[in-house]
Design a protein around this ligand. Structure first.
Ligand SMILES: [Zn+2]
Ligand SMILES: [Zn+2]
Length: 321
């Protein structure tokens, strides 16, 4: 059968579409996430992130409270990747505990809980981006052990860094080159192409599109791309409302398709020290870890997909709010 080669224009990842490979007998390899027990009790005595166990972690740097009770909070990471003590690479590493409930996760959180979480994400981002010598603020999330999470209680991490990470640097260079050749913004071109084509869009926000990329190293990725000039620190009430509605439904749809699975979230925002707004747009990668990479991907950096994005988009599409 015919193979098709596609390139993710934002990072030059190469994807080989091999449609009939979807028929491979995969079913015998069941994903075993039951031991990670995502559906525990609301409170766990030995969990440092649970409400009631505050003495087990450092004091929070920020809390969002309702009736004097914290709903979400950020704390200094006890085991930071970077600190302010070194010269070569330095920064600040915080853990954002997204909800006080031990058993909260993106598959069961309410829209209201998502709103509080996004508000805290943005507040911490704003705060850390103003720290001296910081070039980039990296916000990401791991859910369940096989995505890299070490604690089950739902949390994200935010790291202010003295350098721009290579993955973001790569995207910046590609977008900058594109701007040089085409005299237009790569992300704007993707957005208008997707708006015209429609079949890969799963939700249209006022200032963003949620879509299944035409090519991605992860065929079930949802990418949220914001309009030109929108910065993470400037997301407003309406953006938060639409993001919360989208996230609630994206994870509802993932659950219907795959069950409760590990995933990663990567926010790719603008660097702080250089002006990139005219050629680079804020975007969020949502990477379900349904399929793991094998030897072919590791040895070649080429990725194989058997799922047309249009078909995934049809299953993932969200009703207009
Ligand atoms: Zn907990
Ligand atoms: Zn990106």
């Amino acid at each position: 059968m015919k193979r098709e080669l596609r390139v993710d224009p934002t990072n030059n990842d190469i994807i080989i579409f091999a449609r009939e490979r979807a028929a491979r007998p995969l079913d015998k390899v069941k994903q075993n996430i039951s031991e990670e027990n995502h559906n525990e009790e609301e409170y766990k005595e030995d969990c440092p992130f649970c409400s009631g166990n505050e003495e087990k972690t450092s004091e929070s740097v920020e809390e969002i409270c309702i009736n004097d009770k914290w709903i979400a909070k950020s704390i200094k990471n006890k085991y930071p990747i970077v600190d302010m003590e070194s010269e070569e690479i330095y920064g600040i590493h915080e853990v954002i505990i997204e909800n006080f409930r031990h058993n909260a996760n993106f598959f069961n959180m309410t829209e209201e809980e998502f709103k509080i979480m996004f508000k805290l994400y943005i507040n911490r981002y704003k705060y850390l981006s103003r720290e001296k010598g910081i070039e980039y603020v990296n916000l990401f999330k791991n859910f369940l052990r096989s995505s890299g999470a070490s604690l089950m209680h739902s949390h994200a991490q935010i790291i202010a860094l003295s350098m721009i990470p290579p993955e973001v640097q790569k995207e910046l260079v590609i977008a900058h080159d594109y701007y040089g050749w085409e005299k237009t913004n790569l992300y704007e071109d993707i957005l208008s192409e997707e708006r015209e084509y429609k079949k890969r869009i799963i939700y249209s926000g006022t200032r963003f599109l949620a879509l299944i990329p035409s090519a991605s190293k992860n065929p079930t990725e949802v990418r949220i791309i914001f309009d030109k000039g929108v910065k993470f620190e400037d997301l407003d009430e309406n953006d938060i409302e639409e993001l919360s509605y989208s996230f609630k439904n994206i994870f509802k749809n993932y659950e219907e398709m795959f069950g409760i699975i590990p995933f990663n979230i990567c926010v790719h925002s603008h660097p702080l020290g250089i002006e990139t707004k005219k050629y680079f747009n804020l975007h969020i990668h949502i990477f379900p870890r349904k399929f793991n990479y094998g030897g072919f991907e590791l040895s070649t950096s080429m990725y194989v997909s058997s799922f047309p994005p249009e078909e995934i988009a049809e299953k993932m599409r969200i009703k207009e709010k």
